[in-house]
Ligand binder design. Structure first.
Ligand SMILES: Cc1cc2nc3c(=O)[nH]c(=O)nc-3n(C[C@H](O)[C@H](O)[C@H](O)COP(=O)(O)OP(=O)(O)OC[C@H]3O[C@@H](n4cnc5c(N)ncnc54)[C@H](O)[C@@H]3O)c2cc1C
Length: 474
């Protein structure tokens, strides 16, 4: 059979890569390509994400070269680029991964149409998730909208085993010739955005290193440590799962083999970790089934919620975004986000709750800011996390349950390691007592650090009153 094109998108690795494996098995050679389409510069744009993408592509290109192949770069739109490449290489099929996101679905539809017009097949294989988003149904045949029963079914569902990295990637000699067209990745101007050195590093090797480090230390105490932002208690694999520099099947296989060797506490931790992978798949399923959540609250009554607007909303949003709310745990989180392009999950929940419930700013503004700042920005998990925190999502934290940022700080960052790391005004402050999470209570508050933007009790009362208006109208 003639060669096949392997269209890399969000599976930027050689190990456990189903489309690559399938193409190599069925064809005499493959033509690896990455299409630089404008999507990366618009919807999927954030400097840390582009940095991660560009590091991962650079490494994938050299790993493919080491296996006797070559990663081509072509300018989008993807359908036209793939159809042209198929004609140039006599490829009869294009292999890639299924994508449940609205943009991915649209992209596949366009590519399929462009390829079908010339008789080239598009083969899309499940490679991003363990269970296809949207495929599980309740006993009544309905989509799941509550996590716990979803996770129960998800745990029982069949899951494919990982596939090994190919020893060689056979590629037609004409494609290996440097004269065969491929554009430099930095050609489209927007791809020159560089992010910052503190952003998560991309590439399959870094993904493997993080996995190894996590398995060796934090995985076995994950159940306790994952909620403590001052501790390295989580895997930090989220951008690797977003860009596929880590294979989800091999991650699960590793967790399972760790489970067999672990003691009771270790097993409990591994189960909690696998439960988090299920949250990722739950939100992917929600987005696949209810794409409207990208713009609307899952609970329709929240479309009438009286979010504040105008100058007050802008000023509050700016204080939150810049880490100047006067609540150390919130400010630490927002400053970590600005510096690293990543934030600890517990703190993501606290800052999202604070913006929506204490400051009454629409969750969509916070979600967009996260999307523009995170290296792991994922439409499904980001949207799910925001709607959960705002109380308007599937299986969400009820609106009336309002995190107290002082208690959250005292509980999850008891010695202030996290806030001191990210808020220098607090770190250099000689506080007399235990007011690290409520510095305004001290007789001499930290110089240069703002007073609280709102009073917790008063903000809570206002939030509940606002919530009552949509409840009454229900
Ligand atoms: C408001 C808000 C926004 C979020 N935005 C994103 C986002 O854009 N991209 C993203 O990947 N995650 C998002 N999350 C989920 C979670 O915060 C991150 O996945 C996690 O902090 C990543 O760190 P880690 O890799 O060390 O996680 P670990 O604790 O090591 O977890 C392992 C993996 O499980 C998945 N996971 C863990 N927790 C969750 C969760 N609550 N929901 C969905 N998947 C989860 C992630 O893929 C993660 O890499 C968001 C959560 C909230 C509350």
């Amino acid at each position: 059979m003639g060669p096949a094109i392997v269209w890399f998108r969000r599976n930027l690795r050689l190990d456990d890569n189903l489309p690559l494996d399938a193409a190599l098995r069925a064809h005499d050679g493959v033509v690896p390509v990455f299409v630089l389409d404008d999507h990366y510069l618009t919807e999927d744009f954030s400097p840390p994400r582009l940095r991660f993408l560009s590091e991962s592509l650079g490494e994938l290109a050299s790993d493919l070269a080491a296996k006797g192949s070559r990663l081509l770069f072509r300018k989008g739109p993807a359908g036209d680029a793939l159809a042209a490449l198929a004609r140039e290489t006599d490829a009869d099929a294009v292999y890639s991964h299924l994508d449940h996101e609205p943009h991915g679905t649209e992209l596949a539809r366009e590519a399929e149409a462009a390829l079908a017009a010339q008789g080239t097949k598009l083969r899309l294989l499940p490679d991003l998730h363990l269970v296809l988003p949207g495929s599980l149904r309740t006993e009544a045949g309905k989509p799941f909208t509550v996590y716990t029963p979803y996770a129960r079914r998800w745990r029982e569902a069949d899951k494919a085993l990982p596939v090994p990295a190919p020893p060689r990637v056979a590629t037609p000699p004409a494609v290996l010739d440097v004269r065969f067209p491929s554009i430099p990745m930095s050609r489209p101007a927007g791809f020159r955005v560089e992010g910052a050195p503190a952003n998560p590093r991309g590439g399959e090797r870094e993904g493997r290193r993080l996995r190894g480090a996590f398995r060796a230390s934090a995985l076995h105490r994950y159940a306790q440590a994952r909620d403590l932002p001052g501790v390295d208690g989580t895997s930090r694999l989220s951008p690797h799962l977003r860009f596929g520099t880590v294979g989800i099947r091999s991650l699960l296989a590793e967790a399972r083999s760790g489970w067999r060797e672990a003691d009771e506490a270790g097993r409990r931790s591994i189960e909690v970790f696998v439960g988090e992978l299920a949250w990722r798949e739950f939100y992917a399923s929600i987005l696949a089934t209810f794409p409207r959540v990208l713009t609307e609250s899952f609970r329709p009554e929240f479309e009438r919620f009286p979010w504040i607007t105008g100058e007050l909303a802008d000023a509050r949003f700016a204080a939150w975004r810049d880490g100047r709310t006067g609540y150390p745990i919130v400010d630490a989180g927002m400053r970590q986000l600005a510096h690293e392009g990543w934030m600890h999950n517990r703190v993501r929940m606290v800052v999202a709750s604070f913006l929506t419930k204490h400051l009454l700013v629409d969750w969509r503004r916070g979600e967009a800011h996260f999307r523009a700042s995170l290296a792991d920005g994922d439409p499904a998990s980001n949207n799910g996390g925001w709607q959960w925190s705002a109380g308007c999502g599937t299986d969400a934290q009820p609106f009336f349950r309002i995190f107290n940022p002082v208690l959250q700080g005292e509980r999850f960052d008891p010695d202030g390691t996290y806030v001191k790391r990210w808020v220098p005004e607090i770190a250099s402050w000689k506080s007399a007592g235990g007011d690290l999470h409520a510095p305004w209570r001290a007789s001499t508050p930290p110089p240069g650090y703002p007073a609280p933007i709102v009073d917790h009790a008063a903000a809570r009362a206002k939030a509940l009153a606002a919530f009552a208006t949509i409840r009454a109208a229900r």
